[in-house]
Write a protein of this length. Structure first.
Ligand code: UDP
Length: 484
């Protein structure tokens, strides 16, 4: 008789930057052939996910109801990607409405479907409240933080230590002095202005971050060897088990509506010399101001390098609306770069992992969202950092000050950047300067460290694979001992 597999329930927050690493983790666990994966999300996200899953995948998609119109959100808004920036807090608060549905789903799994209690629940860093259901039904529970250790530690510390004294430009986090000095411009705007009593600060403390210390453990999408400081902060601060299991990245080929097909991109890159192309992208939710976009275009044209640029309408416009090059970029820019063959403008969404893995790629100018960071480092690509929000500021600090694979070119949404400065940074990294060579060398070392961490050859396992085993064993051991 076939052995019944243990089941693992996974529940990411409704944002592509969270769903993707959850799915990558689900596919990694599925490969072990020992577990049934139950992937939970809202109806529209599940619909999209259904078309992303490999044909032979056995992952079960279960949905829970959600009506965005009940939460001051446009109809059918179930994903951060489709929302304007000012509505991000509404979606975060609206996710609390999923609580009773999640409880019911777990209840049904245990009492109706097959009568088997899941081995564990892995819930998103923003859905820590799943611990309540896990505890009620006696199920092992872990939070999966899709960000890095250092960035998440700073993020956590900034929110729980409000208010910050912004009279002085520089300061040190009281419970994380090892992170060294921060400049006031490295704080995202809400943190800079609040005394901690506004609704978003209270929500962060009382509905989001408070659950992290109650979970049985925390999984991080990072690599212990390059991101130890932040992981140690959480071990000390929360007294929880912390498993660093990254990078978990969706492999190329995941289906999506690309602004350019992966084949066209590959053909374009194939014609360029090795290590000669700059890739520019601000991720799935961010864009820059009209002024900065103009300066960036001038820098790209002026520096003489090959480039691929993922373009979105500038700040103040709906970033999901159509991008009109003639309104946002210098006159004739698109035609000139097309005629010279030097640049490729991709509207809205590019096959990023395919681009970063191509041998012609040299450097990534990025907002430094954590998924982009992991994708870049996994391919040994150094970065030019242009953080615009949230923990991106801290990611750049880690990459530049501690790992040495990045230079920051601009910071924040309101800064005004000049094309000469952008050009200087591009040349610094891409030319044969000492600094450029050093960064490329370090990026290759980091790539080797990452490859080692995810090595999975019988008894020889890298740190991330080892941590994955430890996590699964912790859940199994507690179940065997009858604790759960
Ligand atoms: N991404 C992509 N094509 C794009 C823009 C983004 O494939 O044109 C993917 C990218 O590979 C990464 C994710 O979207 O996996 C963005 O996540 P990240 O954490 O870097 O930033 P966020 O979008 O969450 O700010």
């Amino acid at each position: 008789m076939a052995e019944t597999k243990e089941s693992i329930v996974m529940f990411p927050y409704m944002a592509q930057g969270h769903i993707n690493p959850f799915l990558a983790l689900a596919l990694r666990i599925e490969k072990r052939n020992k577990y049934t994966i139950i992937f939970v999300n809202t109806p529209l996200n599940n619909k999209k996910l259904r078309s992303c899953l490999p044909l032979n995948s056995s992952i079960h998609l279960l949905e829970i109801p959600f009506n965005s119109s009940n939460h001051d959100l446009p109809p059918n808004s179930e994903n951060l990607d489709s929302l304007p920036h000012h509505l991000f807090p509404n979606l975060l608060k609206a996710s609390l409405s999923l609580k009773p549905h999640f409880r019911k789903l777990i209840y049904n799994l245990i009492h109706k479907e097959n009568g088997q209690k899941p081995l564990c629940i892995i819930s998103d860093m923003f859905l820590g409240w799943c611990i309540e259901t896990a505890q009620e039904f006696g199920i092992f529970h872990s939070i999966f933080i899709t960000g890095g250790g250092f960035g998440s530690a700073c993020y956590y510390s900034f929110w729980i230590n409000l208010p910050h004294n912004t009279d002085s430009d520089e300061f040190v986090l009281p419970d994380f002095p090892e992170a060294s000095t921060f400049h006031v411009t490295q704080m995202s705007e809400p943190l800079r202005v609040t005394d901690g009593s506004d609704s978003i600060s209270v929500f962060h403390r009382e509905e989001l971050l408070c659950h992290w210390s109650k979970a049985d453990g925390i999984l991080f999408n990072t690599v212990e060897e390059i991101d130890k400081l932040g992981l140690m902060y959480f071990r000390r601060k929360l007294g929880r088990q912390v498993w660093s299991i990254g990078p978990v990245i969706l492999s190329p080929g995941s289906k999506r509506d690309f602004g350019v097909s992966p084949e066209v991109c590959k053909n374009w890159l194939d014609k360029k010399p090795p290590c000669s192309v700059l890739y520019v992208s601000f991720g799935s939710q961010n864009t820059i101001s009209a002024w900065n976009m103009m300066q960036l275009a001038m820098a790209l044209e002026g520096c003489g390098k090959n480039f691929i640029w993922v373009v979105r309408p500038p700040l103040g416009f709906d970033i999901n609306s159509e991008f009109r090059a003639n309104e946002c970029l210098p006159q004739g820019f698109e035609e000139r770069i097309k005629d010279s063959g030097r640049g490729l403008l991709v509207h809205k969404w590019a096959p990023q992992v395919e681009i970063l893995s191509h041998k012609s790629l040299s450097t990534f100018l990025s907002h430094c969202g954590w998924n982009s960071v992991l994708e870049s480092l996994s391919h040994g690509v150094p970065m030019i950092g242009w953080p615009v929000a949230a923990e991106q500021f801290y990611n750049v600090k880690l990459l530049e000050d501690m790992i040495g694979v990045c230079v920051e070119v601009a910071r924040g949404k309101r800064s005004e950047v000049f094309h000469e400065d952008i050009m200087e940074k591009i040349k610094l990294v891409m030319n044969e300067s000492e600094k450029g060579k050093e960064m490329r060398g370090k990026a290759l070392q980091v790539k080797a460290i990452i490859n080692n961490a995810i090595k999975d050859e019988g008894n020889s396992k890298g740190s991330s694979m080892d941590a994955m085993d430890q996590f699964l064993n912790a859940a199994l051991n507690l179940k065997t001992k009858g604790k759960f």
